[in-house]
Design a protein. Structure first.
Length: 298
């Protein structure tokens, strides 16, 4: 069964359109990344699925339950980490987990949760005493207090350093390994690429494209790029090469990188130039996003 089914979801705040006929299906057991710029409608979508906001039109089902009519049943089976987690600053981590756990019939042992997020040593620290990365991990522990089948994570790594981001990624992968479905929002390409089985590109309340990262790159990524640097390479700006100077390097797109690379190496010899760098940059999710929306993310 599908974990999430959204049909023609529409939501506006006054005249501001947040969801504009959005369709989405999420397969059970997958990590799905909803990728989009600020204001795309990601939080609105997630909060509709969490039963926290109502749609104006359309339909949303999660784990086979109608998000509006079956809200109580749904709450027991989903885990939620909001974009900004409002902790009770004066409570310790242990007290916070216990409090949240008391809201549900289902549960997980506290020691297991603390151990899982690597915060056993911080169990009796107040939330305010935790670093940003530790608080994000605490938010993941909170999302799992009821041992949910499906977890919604709204920008789980925004503002974290690369190390802290990696540790969150590891936890998300463990959620999937444990058989949970994870729907997360992000505006980091690397995050979607690293984590997601399925990427949904949204902007202006609509799905622009979706698929695995390789599928998206094949369909919308366009050509790879060639990048070279060195001395005496100015001739590359001229036909037939057509490179452009960028940040001290020379770059151009290439539909057949191996053949083009061979040709360039030959020309370097011929011109008596010197190469210090040569790279083939495959099309990426970044290229996909640029082509779909015409703008850069974050
Ligand atoms: N409570 C609200 N009242 C009025 N407008 C809102 C409200 N919440 C969201 N919006 C508007 O709806 C649109 C979608 O917002 P949403 O928060 O869903 O985007 P987002 O993709 O989560 O963005 P971000 O990446 O910045 O978190 C935006 O134009 C936003 O200004
Ligand atoms: Mg948001």
């Amino acid at each position: 069964m599908e974990a999430v089914v959204v049909r023609q979801a529409a939501k506006r705040y006054g005249t501001q359109v947040a969801l504009d006929g959005l369709d989405l299906t999420v397969a059970t057991g997958q990590v799905v990344a909803v990728l989009g710029p600020n204001g795309a409608g990601k939080t609105t979508l997630l909060e509709v699925l969490e039963g926290l906001r109502d749609l104006d039109q359309g339909e949303a089902r999660v784990l086979g339950l109608d998000v509006r009519r079956d809200r109580r049943k749904l709450k027991e089976r989903i885990g939620v980490s909001l974009q900004a987690t409002a902790f009770f600053d004066r409570l310790t981590l242990r007290e916070t987990l216990r409090l949240y756990g008391s809201f549900y019939r289902r549960g997980m042992p506290l020691t297991e949760l603390l151990n899982w997020v690597g915060l056993s040593a911080q169990a009796d620290a107040r939330i305010v005493q935790l670093s940003g990365g530790q608080q994000q991990r605490a938010a993941l522990a909170l999302a799992l207090v009821n041992n949910p089948d499906l977890v919604f994570l709204d920008e789980p790594t925004t503002g974290l350093d690369p190390g802290a981001r990696q540790s969150i990624w590891k936890l998300v992968r463990e959620m999937r390994r444990g058989g949970r479905t994870v729907v997360l929002s992000t505006h980091y390409m690397e995050e979607a690429t690293a984590l997601a089985d399925h990427v949904v590109v949204v902007d202006q309340g609509r799905v622009l494209a979706e698929g695995t990262v390789p599928e998206l790159v094949t369909a919308y990524g366009g050509d790879a790029s060639l990048e070279v640097a060195g001395e005496g390479l100015e001739y590359l700006a001229e036909p037939p090469y057509g490179f452009a100077a960028k940040g001290g390097r020379w770059i151009r797109s290439s539909s057949s990188p191996p053949a083009d690379t061979a040709r360039i190496l030959e020309s370097v010899q011929h011109h008596g130039a010197r190469l210090s760098h040569l790279a083939i940059l495959p099309a990426s999710l970044e290229t996909v996003f640029l082509r779909l929306t015409g703008r850069e993310l974050s």
